[in-house]
Design a protein around this ligand. Sequence first.
Ligand code: AMP
Length: 446
Amino acid sequence: MSFESLGLMAELHRAVSEKGYSEPTPIQKQAIPVVLEGRDLMGGAQTGTGKTAGFTLPLLQRLMETSQPHKGRRPLRALVLTPTRELAAQVAESVRDYGKHLPLRSTVVFGGVSINPQKQKLIKGVDILVATPGRLLDHVSQRSVDLSKIDILVLDEADRMLDMGFIHDIKKVLALVPKKKQTLLFSATFSSEIKKLANSLLNSPALVEVARQNAATDTVTQVIHPVDKSRKRELLSYLIGSNNWQQVLVFTRTKHGANRLAQQLEKDGISAAAIHGNKSQGARTRALADFKSGAVRVLVATDIAARGIDIDQLPHVVNYELPNVAEDYVHRIGRTGRAGNEGEAMSLVCVDELKLLKDIEKLIKRDIPQSVIEGFEPDPSIKAEPINRGRGGQRGGARGGQNGGQNSGQKRRPQARRKPAAGKNPRPGKNARRRNNNGNQVRNAA
Ligand code: AMP
């Protein structure tokens, strides 16, 4: 099947073939005809399935087909909401690439950078806006954007937006867009929260699903390297050096851990950069660009910062530490093996993390093969210790977001209760507020 046979206009398949795609992916085959018909869509798609083109291509065509003459500034007609700045930037890049032969204008807005240049672009008039919810509302309040002419609304990675506590911002946006419009909602998981949102938002939607829920990507080879915690850094440097890996995405559990590891790798002579929520947007964009161009060999990231990172044919993902939330493992390894390419995901697992490993294997319904690296055999006399989750509980807090921790509709395992170590701050109280990725305050679900 070709892109032409899906009913896409010549300008779009030209753009697609210039990107080097010859055949639509399964989500594109299913979603494109439905969106072209003008129907609402509920899309269940794993990362790396090609879902961005799945909604962007038909969205561009719909805008062309339904375009009306207008007086003055061109009205904003399509809005794509994403949970993170990085994903917003990437979706905006796709909109630009796929729409390069069409006379449509697009831009992107997200927090963490100056609002004024964004305002300038919006005031000139755009057809398509990609935005994170918090910054979009800033623009609404400063009257740089008018949402009353929206024909197509896309909620990308809606599950993550709820996890990150954006539900109130989303509701505010929904109150500002016309009732009559086409709505597309994409989510990797279908929790009861997502179903509730979909029911209130979508009008007899077509349901398009391309992968089993929480199934780890089949094109990714997974392996566990058991190792002592104190030797993880050494093992990582050894694996990178001995295998001559040139582009490796490494996950840590905490921001502090990401910084420290990047510094240590640099000391080992391996160029590395860290990317996490405490870094300025400029630093994050630079780190990602350096990593993509090959100027930096290792990108060390926390879960939230890495969300949405899309690097063509990223061959290696390393879990330096396992995530506290098993679903994040699936998201992490989804960074490799994208769009049919082979990828390799390895996890350095110490004795403290065996419980987390069990949870992951239960979620993905398979045991991950283990391989001990010679010279790095774990010391069997070392006893498991509680895991340091970093300040504020990190993902635990964000996961709970506004929905009180009922994030995925799945049974949550009871969290081990631990006394805070002497002299350390206990986790913030129930009503403590913290800032989420977009600089908005969210209630901590600790
Ligand atoms: P996404 O799931 O939208 O993040 O896309 C994952 C990756 O697949 C991106 O790098 C896209 O550029 C790529 N991609 C999208 N559609 C196709 C296609 N039809 N053939 C090959 N690669 C694609």
